[in-house]
Design a protein around this ligand. Structure first.
Ligand code: GLU
Length: 270
């Protein structure tokens, strides 16, 4: 009897360990759902609206997930702010990230990228009556960007004299610009266009229109998962070819007035 009790205890401990292990692998390979990182506060790209999500990154994420075998109700969207993206992938909390995420060599040390599926350029958002016309008029100005972004790194390189305030999201920078506590926000032009087109900022904020970098948006995934990378690339290529990519871009970014770019060529995986 004692022995049987012991056996039962061992069995239930094993079952618990098994279910814990399954929980640990929460980001999608259990096949019933996939966790995808997006932005929650970038209009036109990744925006949480009530219980739903909209934007170009969300559309590309849904298309790719479908090709990987996940219906929309099997996707769990998780917020992936710029400073946390590599950690969310390395820690297994998300399987994929679609979050205006530039492919860079520094990031490739930690994670892999599929894509690119979009190319943007770094620019400036200023008040409509600002005298800032580009990076050469930024000396001594108060600028805002986001920690862990390529935008913060590049502007520090290019304009050493700038006073840079760093937040963890661009929406906080835009609020600071709107209330006059800073002079400009810098990040990718397509992100800035989304804010400038918001009802609250129409006629108040403008994108300068002098891009000074090339930002190739990739899909972040675990380093070494070449199979997943190839599958994501195949899905993106299909989205390019069947017209869904252009339609999604028009639907999400079109209204901001941003000049819609051509499809990029995909990098190879591995
Ligand atoms: N694309 C740039 C980056 O990945 C800036 C936008 C962002 O922070 O999401 O850092």
């Amino acid at each position: 009897m004692k022995f049987i009790k012991k056996l039962a205890a061992v069995a239930s401990a094993a079952a618990l360990a098994l279910s814990l292990a399954a929980c640990g692998d929460d980001a999608g390979s259990a096949d019933d759902k996939i966790v995808i990182g997006i932005k929650f506060d970038q209009p036109g790209l990744g925006l949480k609206v009530g219980d739903g999500y909209e934007g170009f990154d969300v559309e590309v994420a849904k298309y790719v997930a479908k090709e990987l075998g996940y219906e929309e109700n099997q996707i769990e969207f998780m917020e992936a702010p710029s400073p946390q993206r590599e950690n969310l992938i390395m820690g297994g909390q998300v399987k994929l990230i679609f979050a205006t995420y530039s492919i860079t060599d520094a990031r490739k040390e930690k994670i892999d990228f599929a894509g690119p599926y979009f190319i943007a350029g770094q620019d400036l958002l200023v008040s409509v009556d600002s005298d800032i016309t580009g990076t050469d008029s930024l000396d001594g100005k108060k600028l805002c960007s986001v920690t862990g972004s390529t935008s913060a790194v590049k502007v520090k390189e290019q304009v050493p004299g700038v006073q840079l305030q760093e937040f963890d999201t661009y929406s906080k920078c835009v609020e600071a610009l709107a209330n006059g506590s800073i002079d400009a926000v810098t990040t990718d032009d397509v992100i800035l266009a989304g804010y400038a087109a918001q009802e609250a900022y129409k006629g108040k904020l403008k994108v300068v229109g002098a891009p000074f970098s090339e930002e190739r948006y990739g899909v972040g995934l675990k380093k070494g998962d070449t199979e997943l990378c190839n599958n994501v690339n195949a899905a993106i290529q299909k989205m390019f070819d069947d017209g869904s990519w252009a339609a999604a871009l028009e639907k999400t970014v079109g209204d901001s007035g941003y000049v819609l770019p051509e499809k990029p060529a995909l990098d190879s995986c591995g």
